[in-house]
Design a protein around this ligand. Sequence first.
Ligand code: LLP
Length: 429
Amino acid sequence: MTTLAGLPTTPLPPFVTYQDQQLMVEGASLAALAREHGTPLFVYSRAAMLQALAAYQRGLAGRRHLICYAMKANSSLAILQTLVAAGCGLDIVSGGELERALAVGVDPTKVIFSGVGKTRAEMRQALSVGIGCFNVESRAELDVLDEVARGMGLRAPVSIRVNPNVDAQTHPYISTGLKGNKFGIAHEDVLSTYQHAAACEGLRVVGIDCHIGSQITQTGPYLDAMDRVLDLVEQIEAAGVPIEHIDFGGGLGIDYQGDNPPEADVLWQALLQRLDVRGFGDRQICIEPGRSLVGNAGVCLTEVLYLKPGEQKNFLIVDAAMNDLPRPAMYQAFHRIVPVAPRASEDAPTWDVVGPVCESGDWIGRDRALAVQSGDLLAVLSAGAYCMSMASNYNTRGRAAEVLVDGAHAHLIRARESLTDQTRLERLL
Ligand code: LLP
């Protein structure tokens, strides 16, 4: 829905505003940034990230806690730097992410290593820097970690990822806490796995963790998962294995399209109440939020290349594509698309907004009413999470540039990838 002046009627994400009919991120004009850096271009608001983080910090204030930003959501160094400087630890899933974490100077004891497929080399790398915790996802992984740590004369701090068999009520590809998922150790095997871990010389049990999915918009699944995890903590401690920290993972959703997730502080008020009632209020709490810290802090700017009206569909061909914004193609995800400089027009035809990649699946938005002309700029909203970090070079398209806005200052935090960058590792016969 738009007004006669072409302005959207639904509220925009924090720090994204129209001023004099021009879209801004904080104090920076998006049209000016596109002129300076070209398109497609990701633009992030530092204040939006810090505001999202502050909600978690308020929610957990007064408790022993560690907020480990799940950097898979957006692992660009300046973004990690921003969140680490604001007090975050990091949740990583690869040796590469560990290198990025170390590059921004995070305290390694505030890093959690998640994921089902850690290699021995990655385990050694993480142990040698003194990582805070390995979230272990199978008995086989536990045994390999024990062996690697003993080989280094160390004890690896471990937490076991529990699969609580809770339905997060989200897209099946991003739901992880159900029995049929590859993630975590089944509820009924958790106690014996802890007893085994406690007996391993190369391991030191420090916590328990779960993560039930992503883009969760309700409190219920979190409460259910918490209950299931606390039931297990009772059993594990009764068996003589103390649990220092409880890690509830990430997963809190954001508003893409009128979604209405709880605010992080409201969610944590409810969760802490349950934790207290169950008598575990004294434990250290860890969380691993990704999307909810950065998702709505970013937009992707793209230029309209061609208008292609058709009999069945009108196509708006833009210069961003599925390699920049893979979420619609992968999950049929919805991202709002708004004009950077709205045109006053009563005629806003309906378009499928598509990219130049040679795939029918290369779409960014379907059936969008937009009054546009070739050369106009559009902003794809809520593009801060799982866009740049999932971008590819498909069709030999260089990955987009990124800008981080702080007030009126715009910092280029990643230059546009050139063809030389792309072919650097290749050799002719
Ligand atoms: N912790 C673990 C163990 C995870 O697997 C994930 C995300 C997170 C934390 C952070 O979850 P968040 O707070 O961001 O929901 N590419 C998909 C999302 C994949 C999520 C994978 N795991 C998307 O674009 O929707």
